[in-house]
Design a protein around this ligand. Sequence first.
Ligand code: ZN
Length: 438
Amino acid sequence: MLCAAAIPARAQSGPVGQVPPAVVGPGFPIATDARVAGDSRQTRFVLDLDRTVPFRAFLLSEPYRVVVDLPQVSFHLPTGAGTSGRGLVKAFRYGMVMPGGSRIVFDLTGPARIANSTVLDAANGQPPRLVLELEEVDEATFARAVGSDSRARPADSGSATASVAVAGTPAPAVRPPPTTVAIATPPTDGPPDTRPVVVIDPGHGGIDYGTQGGEVPEKNLVLAFGQALRDRLERSGKFRVVMTRDDDTFIPLGDRVRIAQKQSAALFVSIHADALPRGEGTAQGATIYTLSDKASDVEAERLAETENRADQIGGVNLTEEPADVADILIDLARRETRTFSNRFARVLMNDMKTAVHMHKRPLKSAGFRVLKAPDVPSVLVELGYVSNKGDMGNLVSDAWRSRTADAMARAIDAFLAKRIANAGPERPDKPMAVRAKP
Ligand code: ZN
């Protein structure tokens, strides 16, 4: 185990030039501090490290962002680092995007270019540093910078670009994990596993913390809940359960949907926790959301917008996400799927309300991107509000979690039992199959 003493002291004591080089311990490189300086024309970002690391920096559009990919780094930055910026940097976030890979995502105030990016060795009393210099440019220059580099970017990167790798060091190939991650391989001997697949989707993860209004970030709360629900479902032996994530990893929204489609899931359940913005009154209880083109109310619309920002937070290139395919067969499947989703939402509400406090309007709908598989009945459950003391107490309570997971498992059981009975042996037990588009 790494003890606190293993974290190298920051190079802040001792006269200039006499600071011993940071001790490089085992484990991941450590980032100890971050600073943003400059103005709206030129802005410089500095990250203090305990050793030099390779990195790759690139631009993303819509919205304007800069992404820095690094090998996995332990961030020991001061509390609140990145919540506000300066000059061209509105704010920045940092964290893991996959095992072995970390990322820093900068939200920019406007179009900019990466004028310089480098990693410096320890010198003059300064620890090793990653330095990024941004320069204001006009819209056209920015668009060219993002677009020009598509040929040069690594084939596995999945990010659009204008990328700058540090000379002499291989740029880490960091990209959000492929959809194969987290999918358990069924045993190959014996008859094929024909049990219905339930995909549980704990929201957020890694660099994307979700809502942070409570004492525990949303990503941790929903992972713990997702695991409890999985264990409960697996105990019945009736379902094969697939998690979109089973650890603190960032998974893009599109990949979550594709996991459900690839698995021909009978049901997709996304798990989240909500927070009410400060000064907007109080709300509490669980809410079940389904997909709709038009939000059921203003709050649902706000929530969908917040949840749909996950990819932007994680530094995913949104322009590369395939657009919804217009196809009459997919349309038919989609309509049927929505009927099933709404039916399941009602079953779920009836079971949940016997166990937990529900929101005063427990069934809502909006345009959640994660619910868009045309062929997989999908719901998104907001377990409660981290902004509410009572709900927050529930969300960290083992007893509440297990009671709620029990109720949800009962609903899943009842819903799928009926579907399978109705489908009969000759009919598929799910809506018209639509193949996941590559
Ligand atoms: Zn969420």
